[in-house]
Design a protein around this ligand. Structure first.
Ligand SMILES: Nc1ncnc2c1ncn2[C@@H]1O[C@H](COP(=O)(O)OP(=O)(O)OP(=O)(O)O)[C@@H](O)[C@H]1O
Ligand SMILES: [Mg+2]
Length: 399
């Protein structure tokens, strides 16, 4: 695997090819920014050259989201740059809440389009002007999130494309997610440990989001970038998938996959996809399995700061087979043993099935949802039993 393709490192991952099509101030329509013009044959980094065939299936099916966008895209608000500058206090450093490959994210405050009512909080993502690949991701994000609505997907409020001081500026405006990302809660020392029940809730919610994309629409949507940093948490710690810049429509008719340049994030992308560039919904299922292990262990899928035999999470967990006594050693020490071991084992089994080498053997996300519902029930039953035992012990001690 010396020859690598893609990928998402935090910065500087954009390719230098591509030409923006929509101009400043132009309202996005399917016609001005047709998905079919998204090249499936380009990668973000150096390519091995073999995974870049173009799929006519993907090209024709991609128009369907565009067609849906023609109908529903009008619900998105088109912002002026000045409005968003005001909303973020001039893109103040004080209001900066994050930075990804796309650019910087700011907290902002806006009023309804008619200017009435209280201001409400939003997140404003500003496209990094250096990368032109960002334009494609920006359009993809607007198109997908302009038509997809689900409680486990982040809500896009609107967008902006305008002449700025340094060229065309492109921005996205989202509903603000006050509880940061799953990545923050699992891996940042400043965060308090994420309780076990919330981890299950997050696993179930994200599974529902992916199941909706894969199986709940007329078109199949492959998310392609499922990872802890793209799972944002709302007021109730319900998870929402964000970042649809790499999303693609799935194969149609009797086609089994779409062929694409390999893009995604190291540590999360399915090996079969990396090897062949053949993208299917099962590529997302693999990434979901990786995140399940991150939820169990509190370790990153790839962590260069650990000893070499612990850097790759999926290799490390193999030392602790699910049915062995050593299994509890995979569990996140920050959980302080506050979890149901039975539920954790079931979750690891589910993760392993998502991580089947053969994509076909991986479950569909609707099956994953059912299994997770069952795991939540196991967890509740264990908690109820433990509570009863506690009462009994207290009674005995008292009597
Ligand atoms: N809608 C939102 N509400 C609140 N915070 C957000 C929102 N969107 C993004 N953020 C914050 O901004 C950070 C950066 O997000 P972004 O998606 O740009 O990068 P990333 O996911 O960390 O990396 P990558 O570019 O590889 O996807 C997030 O981790 C999150 O903390
Ligand atoms: Mg992201």
């Amino acid at each position: 695997m010396g020859c690598l393709f893609f990928f998402r490192s935090k910065r500087n991952r954009r390719e230098k090819q591509g030409r923006p099509r929509a101009g400043a101030g132009e309202t996005l329509t399917a016609a001005t920014t047709s998905f079919s013009s998204y090249d499936t044959s380009r990668s973000y980094g150096s390519t091995c050259g073999k995974q870049t065939s173009k799929s006519s299936a993907s090209t024709s099916s991609q128009q369907s989201i565009s067609a849906m966008f023609e109908v529903k895209g009008g619900n998105l608000r088109v912002f002026e740059l000045g409005e968003l500058r005001n909303a973020t206090n001039g893109f103040s450093h004080m209001l900066k809440i994050g930075e990804g490959g796309f650019g910087s994210v700011y907290k902002g405050f806006i009023r309804a389009a008619d200017g009435k009512g209280d201001r409400h909080t939003v997140a404003v993502k500003v496209l990094n002007l250096k990368g032109l690949q960002g334009y494609k991701e920006w359009v993809a994000e607007v198109h997908f999130l302009g038509v997809l609505e689900h409680p486990n997907l982040v809500k896009l409020i609107g967008y902006c494309s305008a002449d700025g001081e340094r060229g065309i500026q492109r921005l996205l405006v989202y509903e603000y997610m006050p509880n940061k990302s799953l990545e923050y809660h699992l891996f940042h020392k400043a965060s308090s440990p994420l309780p076990w029940n919330l981890r299950l809730q997050i696993a179930l919610g994200t599974a529902k989001g992916l199941a909706f994309l894969h199986e709940g629409l007329e078109v199949q949507v492959i998310y392609r970038d499922f990872k802890a940093s793209n799972v944002l948490l709302d007021d109730d710690f319900q998870p929402r998938l964000s970042d649809f810049g790499l999303a693609r429509e799935g194969p149609t008719g009797d086609r089994t996959h779409v062929s694409t340049a390999v893009v995604g994030t190291y540590g999360y992308a399915a090996p079969d996809y990396i090897e062949t560039g053949h993208l299917t919904i099962k590529s997302d299922v693999w990434s979901f399995g990786v995140v399940l292990y991150e939820l169990l262990t509190g370790r990153r899928s790839l962590d260069r700061n650990r000893p070499s035999n612990e850097q790759k999470l999926l290799d490390w967990v193999k030392q602790f087979p699910i049915e062995s006594k050593r299994f509890n050693m995979v569990m996140d020490p920050r959980l302080s043993y506050q979890y149901s071991l039975k539920a954790a084992r079931e979750m690891a089994k589910l993760a392993n099935s998502c991580l089947s080498k053969q994509a076909k053997e991986r479950p569909r996300m609707s099956q994953v949802v059912q299994i997770l519902i069952h795991i939540v029930q196991i967890n509740e039953a264990t908690a109820a039993r433990e509570a009863e035992n506690k009462v009994r012990r207290a009674d005995r001690a008292g009597g």
